[in-house]
Design a protein around this ligand. Structure first.
Ligand SMILES: *[C@@H]1O[C@H](CO)[C@@H](O)[C@H](O)[C@H]1NC(C)=O
Ligand SMILES: *[C@@H]1O[C@H](CO)[C@@H](O)[C@H](O)[C@H]1NC(C)=O
Length: 988
C-alpha cells in the first residue's frame, strides 16, 4: 500500500516537474495527492480543491500562501470532520510552516517516520482527533517548532526523549491522552515554554520535576489529574511570568513553599484536592494580581495569614484609616481576588476582617474548617458576592449588617455554626437568592414580609434556631419555593391561609414550633408535595380530606398536635413511608385501610379512636338498633336492585354481542367519564395500534372526546391461558399506583372469555419506537432524552422506594416506556411486576423466580443464574435504557460484534478514558463517537451527556450491590442542573 502511494506520488511529482511548473502547481499536486490518498472528507469541505484556476491552490479552503512567493505556508483544516490517517505527506511542501488538523476524526498512529517529514514546521496542531499508540519521536531536530498540540487524543505510553529537544517550543499541549509514563525531567529543558499543559493523563505517580523553575517564561502550568506526588518544588517561585498554577487533583503533600510569593504575575492558584499540609505561607500577600485562590480539600492548618485579606494594603503599608470612604485608585485597580476557596481543611482562628474589602469577591467558601470569631464583615463590600459558604465551622457573633446590602447573593450556606442575633432584614429578600441555609445556629427574630422579594428562592432551610413570630403571608408569593424547613424554632400563630397555593412545594417541615390554628382546607395545589411534617405544634381542627388525594405525598407526620374529628378515609389512598397522627384528639373509627398493625404506632395517643380489631384501641360501639321496619324496607330495596341489575346486564349483553354473554366484572381505578360500552365498540381493526406478546392494543376515541388505550389479552376461550398471571399482576400492581411517570390504568374488565385493560393514551408511543423507528430518534434532542431519563427514573424510584410492599417491574426496556404529547415518559407494562415482601432480617427484599422473565439485552447478569430478583435488577435494565438514550443504538446492535452488547461496548469505551474524567473535570471529547449524532447536542450538553453515561455505567455494574438505588439515580441525574446539594458542591 505504502509503496503504491509512493509510486503515485512520484508520478504526480514527475508530471508537475515536466510541465512548466511553478511552486504553486507543485504544492497543488502534493495537496491533492495527499488528500485523495489519505483523507476522507464526507462533508465536502475540500471540494474546492480543484487543480485548475489561476489561484490554485492559494484560494483553496484551508490553504494560505505567502503573499509574495505564492508558496503554501499554512494548511488549516480545523473542524472539517475529516477522517483518515495522519497526512504527513503535506509536509513535503517545502515552504509549509503551519499544519493544523485539530478537531477531526483522524485516527491510526502517527509514525516517527511520517512526523520526520515535518521538521520544518513552526506550528503543529493535531488536537481533538482519534490518534492512538505511542507519541512519535520528533527527529531530526525540529529546530523551529514553536507550537505542538497533541492534546485530546488517545496517545499512550511514555513521553519520548526527543520532546526535551525543541529549542524554540513555546506551547506543549499533551493533556487528555492516555499517557502512562511519568512526567520526565527533560521537559524542563524547554526553556522557551509559555504553556505546559499535560493534565488529565493516567501518568505513573511521580513528582513535579524540581527544575520546573527553569521554565522562566512559563505562563500556564496546567497539571490537574497528573498523578503528581511529593512536594511542590521550591523552584516554582522562580516562575515570575506564571499566570495560572493549577496542580489540583493530584496527590501532592508537604507544605506550600514560601517561595510561592515569587509568582508576581499569578492570577489563579488551584491546589485543591491534594494532601498538602502545614500553614499557608505569609508570602501569599505578595501576590498582587491574584484573582482565584483555591486550596480546598487538603490538610492545611493554622490561621489565615492577615496578608491574604489585606493582600495589597499591607504590602503598600496602608492602614485602615486611609481606606474609609473612597478606595484609592491604585488599590481598586489592584484589587482582584474574586474567588476564595479553602473549604475542607483544618484551618482555625479568625478570618481576617478585611477580607473582601479591597477586591470584588464573588465566591467565598470556607466551609468544613474550624474557623471561629465573626464572619468577615466586608465580604460583599464591592457588591459582587454570589456564593457565601461558611457552614460547619464555629463562627459566632451576629451576621454582619453589610450582608443586608448584598443583593448579588445567589447561594448562602452558613449552617452548623454559633451565629446569633437577627438576620439583616434584606438578606431574606434578595431577588437572585435560590438557597438560604441557616440551620443550627442561634439566630432569632422573625421572617419579615420583605421575603416576598426573594423571587428565586427554592430552598429555605432555617431549622434549629430561635426564630419566632408568625409566618408572613408574603411567603406564598415565592413561586419557586420547593423546600421549607423551619423546624425546631419558636414560630407561633396560624399558618398563612395561602400556603395551600404554593404549587412548587415539595417539602414542608415545621415540626417543633408553636404554631396554632388549622391546616388550610383545600390543599389540592400541592401536587409536588412529598413530605409534610407539622408535628409538635398546637395545630387543631380537622385533617383536610384533600391531603389524601395528593399524588406524591409519602411522608405525613401530624403527631403531637390537637387535631380532632375523624381520620379522613382519603388518607388511605396515600402510599406512605411515614405515617404519624399520634398524640392528637382524633376520634371515631380507624379507617379500614389503616386497620393494620403496621399503622398502630402512628395512631396511638388518640384516646377517642376506636377499632374493631386493632389491639390498643377500644372496640367501636355498635350502631343503634335499627327498627325492623327500616330493615324490611332496606331488604326489599336490595331485592329490587338485584333484579333490575340482572335485567340490565342481560339486555346490555345482547346489545353488545348480538348473542347472550355472561356478565363481566368491572374494576375501576380512577374516576372516569366513560363506561365499558364505549370501549367495546372501539375494538375494531381500524383502531388497532399494536400487537404484543400478551395481546392487542387499540386506540379508542370516546364520545367524551377523550382517547384511551385498550389492551385486549390473548387467548380467552373459556380456559385460563398463560397470560392470566400477567393480567392479574398488571391489574394488581397498576391499580394501586398513582405517579406522574407511571402509566395510568383506568379500569379493568374481566369477562369469561376476555380480559381488557384500559389505560391513558400516550400520543408518542413507546420510547423504543421513537428512538429506533423510521424517524430514527431525530425527534429527540438531548433535552428531551434527559427529561425522559429523569422521568422514567422517578417512576421506577417510586415503585422501589415509595410503594409498600416494594414493586419490581422486571421488564424495564425502551419499549415499555411510553411518551405523552410532550415526550414526558410513563413506565408501562406491569405484566411481569412482582411485589417484594421485605425480609427484615436480611435487610433486603428479594424473591426467587421460577422462570427468567424480562427482555433480551436488558436482563441483569445475576438474574440468569440465581433467579433472584431485587430492585437492583430493574436498575440494571434502566442503565441499559440510559445507554440507548445516549447512543441511539439498540441493546443488541450487531455493530457491537460477537458476544458484545451495549453494556460491554459502552463500558469498554468509557473505561479507556476513566481516569481522565473523574469528577467531571474533563471535557470527555474521547467519547464523542458514543453519542447519537441525531440528537445534535449543543456544546453545553456534553457534560450532562457524559454524566448520564457515567450513571448508566454505575447502573449496569455486574454486581447488584454496586448499583445505585433508583432514588440515588434520580439524584445523580438531576444534580447536574439543580442547586448543588453538599456532595456535588464539594466535588467541584
Ligand atoms: C479560486 O480562483 C478561481 C479563479 O482563478 C475561481 O474560479 C475559484 O472559484 C476560486 N475559488 C475559491 C474557493 O475562491
Ligand atoms: C485554523 O482555523 C480555525 C478555524 O477556522 C481558526 O480558529 C484557527 O485559529 C486557525 N489556526 C491557525 C493556526 O491559523
Amino acid at each position: 500500500m505504502a509503496h503504491l502511494q509512493q509510486l503515485l506520488l512520484m508520478s504526480f511529482l514527475f508530471f508537475f516537474y515536466l510541465s512548466p511548473a511553478t511552486s504553486m502547481t507543485q504544492d497543488a499536486g502534493i495537496l491533492l495527492h495527499t488528500k485523495n490518498a489519505l483523507l476522507e472528507d464526507p462533508a465536502g469541505h475540500l471540494d474546492d480543491w480543484i487543480p485548475t484556476g489561476d489561484h490554485a491552490p492559494c484560494n483553496w479552503t484551508g490553504i494560505t500562501c505567502d503573499s509574495l512567493t505564492l508558496a503554501v505556508t499554512s494548511i488549516n483544516l480545523t473542524g472539517f470532520d475529516i477522517s483518515g490517517e495522519f497526512p504527513a505527506a503535506f509536509c513535503r511542501i517545502p515552504t509549509l510552516l503551519n499544519l493544523s488538523l485539530s478537531n477531526n476524526m483522524l485516527n491510526g498512529s502517527t509514525s516517527s517516520q511520517g512526523i520526520s517529514l515535518c521538521s520544518r514546521l513552526h506550528f503543529l496542531d493535531l488536537s481533538l482527533n482519534l490518534f492512538v499508540g505511542g507519541l512519535p519521536e520528533f527527529v531530526p531536530e525540529f529546530a523551529n517548532l514553536r507550537w505542538l498540540d497533541l492534546s485530546q487524543n488517545n496517545f499512550s505510553g511514555e513521553i519520548p526523549a526527543s520532546f526535551g529537544r525543541f529549542p524554540k517550543l513555546q506551547v506543549l499541549c499533551l493533556f487528555a491522552n492516555l499517557l502512562n509514563g511519568t512526567i520526565p525531567a527533560f521537559l524542563t529543558n524547554l526553556t522557551e515554554l509559555i504553556r505546559f499543559e499535560l493534565a488529565y493523563n493516567p501518568f505513573t505517580p511521580g513528582p513535579l520535576p524540581s527544575e520546573i523553575g527553569d521554565l522562566t517564561k512559563l505562563e500556564n502550568l496546567w497539571l490537574p489529574f497528573s498523578s503528581l506526588i511529593g512536594e511542590i518544588p521550591g523552584s516554582v517561585g522562580k516562575l515570575t511570568k506564571l499566570k495560572n498554577l493549577d496542580l489540583s487533583n493530584n496527590n501532592l503533600s508537604g507544605k506550600i513553599p514560601y517561595s510561592i510569593g515569587g509568582l508576581m504575575s499569578v492570577k489563579q492558584i488551584e491546589l485543591f484536592c491534594n494532601r498538602i499540609s502545614g500553614e499557608l505561607p505569609e508570602s501569599l500577600r505578595n501576590l498582587k494580581s491574584l484573582l482565584k485562590f483555591d486550596v480546598s480539600q487538603n490538610n492545611l492548618t493554622g490561621k489565615m495569614p492577615e496578608g491574604l485579606a489585606g493582600l495589597h494594603l499591607i504590602s503598600l503599608g496602608l492602614n485602615d484609616n486611609q481606606l474609609e470612604g473612597e478606595i484609592p485608585e491604585i488599590l481598586s485597580s489592584n484589587s482582584k481576588l474574586v474567588e476564595f476557596k479553602v473549604f475542607n481543611n483544618s484551618f482555625s482562628g479568625n478570618l481576617p476582617g478585611e477580607l473582601g474589602r479591597n477586591s470584588s469577591l464573588e465566591e467565598f467558601d470556607v466551609s468544613g474548617n474550624s474557623f471561629s470569631g465573626e464572619l468577615p464583615p466586608y465580604l460583599c463590600y464591592r457588591k459582587k458576592l454570589q456564593r457565601l459558604v461558611a457552614f460547619n465551622n464555629r463562627f459566632s457573633g451576629n451576621l454582619p449588617e453589610y450582608y443586608g446590602e448584598c443583593d448579588t447573593l445567589t447561594y448562602v450556606r452558613i449552617f452548623n455554626n454559633e451565629i446569633s442575633g437577627e438576620v439583616p432584614v434584606q438578606l431574606w429578600s434578595f431577588p437572585r437568592l435560590s438557597l438560604l441555609e441557616l440551620k443550627n445556629n442561634r439566630l432569632e427574630g422573625s421572617i419579615p414580609p420583605a421575603i416576598s422579594g426573594a423571587r428565586n428562592l427554592s430552598q429555605l432551610l432555617i431549622s434549629g434556631n430561635y426564630f419566632s413570630g408568625k409566618f408572613p403571608v408574603e411567603i406564598c408569593r415565592l413561586k419557586e419555593l420547593a423546600v421549607i424547613d423551619a423546624s425546631s424554632n419558636r414560630f407561633s400563630g396560624e399558618l398563612p391561609a395561602c400556603i395551600n397555593e404554593m404549587k412548587r412545594l415539595e417539602k414542608l417541615d415545621l415540626q417543633q414550633n408553636m404554631l396554632s390554628g388549622e391546616i388550610p382546607n383545600r390543599v389540592s395545589s400541592w401536587t409536588h408535595l412529598t413530605e409534610l411534617n407539622l408535628s409538635g405544634n398546637r395545630l387543631s381542627g380537622q385533617i383536610p380530606r384533600d391531603l389524601g388525594n395528593l399524588p406524591v405525598l409519602t411522608y405525613l407526620d401530624l403527631s403531637g398536635n390537637s387535631f380532632s374529628g375523624e381520620i379522613p378515609t382519603e388518607l388511605t389512598n396515600l402510599k406512605l413511608n411515614k405515617f404519624n397522627l399520634s398524640g392528637n384528639n382524633l376520634a371515631g373509627k380507624v379507617p379500614p385501610g389503616f386497620d393494620n398493625g403496621f399503622y398502630v404506632s402512628g395512631l396511638i395517643g388518640n384516646p377517642n379512636l376506636c377499632s374493631p380489631n386493632l389491639k390498643p384501641f377500644h372496640p367501636c360501639p355498635k350502631t343503634k338498633t335499627t327498627s325492623w321496619f327500616l330493615i324490611a324496607v332496606f331488604l326489599s330495596l336490595i331485592l329490587l336492585l338485584s333484579v333490575s341489575l340482572f335485567w340490565f346486564y342481560k339486555m346490555k349483553a345482547k346489545a353488545v354481542g348480538g348473542k347472550s354473554k355472561p356478565p363481566w366484572k368491572l374494576t375501576s381505578f380512577h374516576r372516569v367519564g366513560f363506561n365499558e360500552d364505549d370501549i367495546f365498540t372501539s375494538l375494531t381493526d381500524d383502531n388497532l395500534i399494536g400487537t404484543g406478546g400478551s395481546g392487542k392494543v387499540y386506540r379508542a376515541k370516546l364520545k367524551s372526546g377523550q382517547t384511551v388505550a385498550v389492551k385486549r389479552l390473548w387467548g380467552y376461550n373459556g380456559k385460563q391461558p398463560e397470560t392470566e398471571g400477567d393480567f392479574l399482576s398488571e391489574v394488581d400492581t397498576l391499580g394501586r399506583i398513582r405517579h406522574g411517570n407511571i402509566v395510568k390504568l383506568f379500569f379493568s374488565c374481566i369477562g369469561e372469555d376476555f380480559r381488557i385493560l384500559v389505560y391513558e393514551y400516550l400520543e408518542n408511543g413507546s420510547l423504543g419506537d421513537v428512538l429506533h423507528g423510521e424517524k430514527g430518534g431525530v425527534l429527540l434532542d438531548w433535552r428531551k432524552r434527559f427529561t425522559i431519563a429523569v422521568g422514567a427514573a422517578q417512576g421506577l424510584a417510586y415503585l422501589h422506594h415509595d410503594c409498600v410492599p416494594t414493586i419490581v417491574h422486571r421488564d424495564v426496556k425502551s419499549n415499555n416506556i411510553l411518551l405523552d404529547g410532550d415526550f414526558n415518559p410513563r413506565v408501562a407494562d406491569f405484566g411481569l411486576a412482582k411485589t417484594l415482601q421485605k425480609d427484615v432480617s436480611r435487610g433486603e427484599g428479594e424473591s426467587v423466580m421460577s422462570r427468567v422473565a424480562g427482555s433480551y439485552g436488558y436482563i441483569a447478569p445475576e438474574y440468569g443464574y440465581t433467579m433472584r430478583v431485587t430492585e437492583k435488577s430493574d436498575v440494571y435494565s434502566f442503565g441499559v435504557v440510559l445507554m440507548e438514550l445516549v447512543t441511539g443504538k439498540r441493546p443488541n446492535d450487531s455493530a457491537f460484534g460477537e458476544n458484545k452488547d451495549i453494556v460491554k461496548w459502552v463500558t469498554d469505551e468509557v473505561l479507556a478514558s476513566e481516569e481522565l474524567r473523574d469528577n467531571g473535570g474533563c471535557s470527555g471529547t474521547n467519547l464523542h463517537h458514543l453519542i447519537d449524532e441525531k440528537m445534535n447536542p449543543s456544546s453545553g450538553d456534553y457534560q450532562e451527556i457524559e454524566k448520564a453515561l457515567n450513571v448508566a455505567i454505575l447502573c449496569t455494574s455486574a454486581f447488584p450491590m454496586n448499583r445505585p438505588s433508583m432514588r440515588r439515580v434520580v439524584e445523580l441525574l438531576k444534580d447536574q442542573r439543580d442547586v448543588s446539594p453538599p456532595a456535588m458542591a464539594r466535588a467541584k
